[in-house]
Design a protein around this ligand. Structure first.
Ligand code: UN1
Length: 494
């Protein structure tokens, strides 16, 4: 299969004529090719989006939402097929792939509902016979840049609110996962979205991403990806005075207190650390455990890790799929060497798996380090793989301080049976998402998603908070007094 650009309702090759292979990380096989676009392809897409947006913004929002309802039903109908493509293209296990498609379905229905809300505000005027309100208006053309780890869900978090609010979208999906992007574009087409409102331009970040960010007609950029790339985008958008929303990962921790239900904690840690092979922005990569229960937790974790079957995600019994590619495998393995050199104690894993069938794909053994210190690199930097570090704390305060000491602030979690500790943690953990008695993954789409510090720039994906990126506030004053009333001056009663 060839992943093409989708511009102004037409499927087209890029101007460069160049392609890159799409590889199944489970077995290294080529499952398709993706067209690699030029700046001219981006300009063409933005032109189409700009023209289409003018009309789209005039369609009443409840009618715009009708398209999203259709998209939701189509996603539902095609869920299993999409999940299988997702697993083959990205590697996550089939159960999680179904979950990811479900996230898109949820987002479609949720944002379709927004078509009958998109609430503004009314407020009294300081003058007589005068009305004041603020309404949300679309920004115009929105550029969306998404990562390979959630090839469809993240695109829905960004494009659905943008579209229901009356914008047109140009989307650059990750070049590792262009096939899911084709599927989403086809669904929009089938749902009857007018041409030009949703466009896909495939290619690489330095060419397509940069052209999108720098195009003067793209009024907002919504990006999820690496910290390095995100900072570069922020700088460009700052200079160009463009709205920009950034979500750039995490170094998420689970705190386990001495009063915790340890069985539950082990389940939560296992799921959030090794699910998606540790390749979620929300994945747990640190456990901060109260010293009284440290040894017991480690023993139980090691026992539970033995149940993690690693393999091709299409096999329903597999729990940990491959990582995305060879480069990721190398990076993860390098971090393990760094951890060892820093003095962390390796309890499990720490190796590339290459026996039998696994040799063809990119598999890393679920890895557990202990005696990790907060200043070690493996405790501070995002590894984006199945590598978990256990650290010790003597109190809740110390655990929270360790959690907060990293540069990221996406998600955190605490296992405790003490309601006071739970609420204190909820207040003091410096992350955008906090879980009580659950792991660090599993955000629901109707709540704001994002984080503090190096995770982002204060904006949020999903939830109604996402509308703030895709709309401008317009303040409207209606004077029905029939005479000139000057604000701040004609304020005394006659
Ligand atoms: C991501 O990894 O960027 O909260 C998204 C979760 C998922 C989304 C993760 N619902 O784990």
């Amino acid at each position: 299969m060839k992943a093409l650009n989708y511009i102004n309702g037409a499927w087209c090759e890029s101007k460069s004529g160049m392609t890159a292979p799409v590889i199944n990380p489970a077995d290294g096989k080529t499952i398709g090719h993706v067209t690699l676009s030029t700046e001219e392809d981006v300009r063409q897409a933005v032109r189409a989006a700009k023209a289409a947006q003018k009309e789209w913004a005039l369609v009443p929002a409840p009618q715009r939402a009708e398209v999203l309802y259709k998209v939701g039903f189509l996603l539902k109908e095609k869920k299993e097929r999409l999940a299988r493509i997702l697993t083959m293209e990205m590697g996550k296990v089939i159960e999680e792939a179904r979950g990811e498609v479900q996230e898109g379905i949820d987002m479609a229905f949720y944002m379709a509902g927004e078509g009958r809300r998109l609430f503004g505000e009314t407020t009294p005027s300081e003058l007589k016979d005068k009305f004041a309100m603020s309404v949300r208006v679309p920004v115009g053309v929105v550029g969306i840049i998404t990562p390979w780890n959630f090839p469809i869900a993240i695109a829905t978090w960004k494009s659905f609110p943008a579209i229901v609010a009356g914008n047109a979208v140009v989307w650059k999906p990750a070049s590792e996962t262009p096939l899911m992007a084709q599927e989403l574009a086809k669904i929009f087409e089938e749902a009857g979205l007018p041409k030009g409102v949703f466009n896909v331009v495939n290619g690489t970040g330095p060419t397509v991403g940069s052209a999108l960010v720098e195009h003067p007609d793209v009024r907002a950029i919504s990006f999820t990806g690496s910290n390095e790339v995100g900072r570069g985008i922020a700088e460009k958008c700052g200079r160009l005075l463009k709205k920009v929303s950034l979500e750039m990962g995490g170094k998420n921790a689970v705190i386990v207190m001495d009063d915790a239900d340890l069985s539950l904690a082990v389940e939560g840690i296992l799921w959030s650390a090794f699910g998606t092979s540790g390749q979620r922005c929300t994945s747990c990569s640190r456990v901060i455990v109260h010293e009284k229960v440290k040894e017991e937790l480690e023993e139980r974790l090691l026992e539970a890790m033995k149940t993690l079957k690693v393999g091709n995600g299409l096999d329903e019994t597999v729990k940990v799929g491959p990582v995305i590619n060879e480069a990721a495998l190398k990076k993860i393995h390098e971090y393990v060497q760094i951890g060892k050199a820093e003095g962390a104690r390796l309890l499990a894993g720490g190796e590339i798996l290459a026996e039998g069938e696994l040799a063809k794909g990119f598999y890393y053994a679920p890895t557990l380090f202990t005696d990790v210190k907060p200043d070690m690199r493996i405790a501070k930097e995002e590894i984006f793989g199945p590598v978990l570090s256990v650290m010790r704390a003597g109190s809740l305060e110390e655990a929270i301080a360790i959690n907060n000491a990293v540069d990221y602030g996406l998600s955190s979690a605490i296992f405790t049976r003490d309601v006071n500790r739970a609420f204190r943690a909820m207040r003091d953990l410096d992350t955008g998402i906090v879980y009580i008695n659950a792991g660090t993954t599993g955000a629901e789409i109707h709540l704001p998603f994002g984080g503090t510090k190096g995770t982002g720039n204060g904006h949020r994906d999903s939830g109604t908070a996402s509308l703030d990126v895709f709309t401008e506030w317009r303040s409207v004053y209606v004077d029905f007094s029939g005479k000139l009333q000057r604000a701040q001056i004609d304020i005394d009663p006659e």
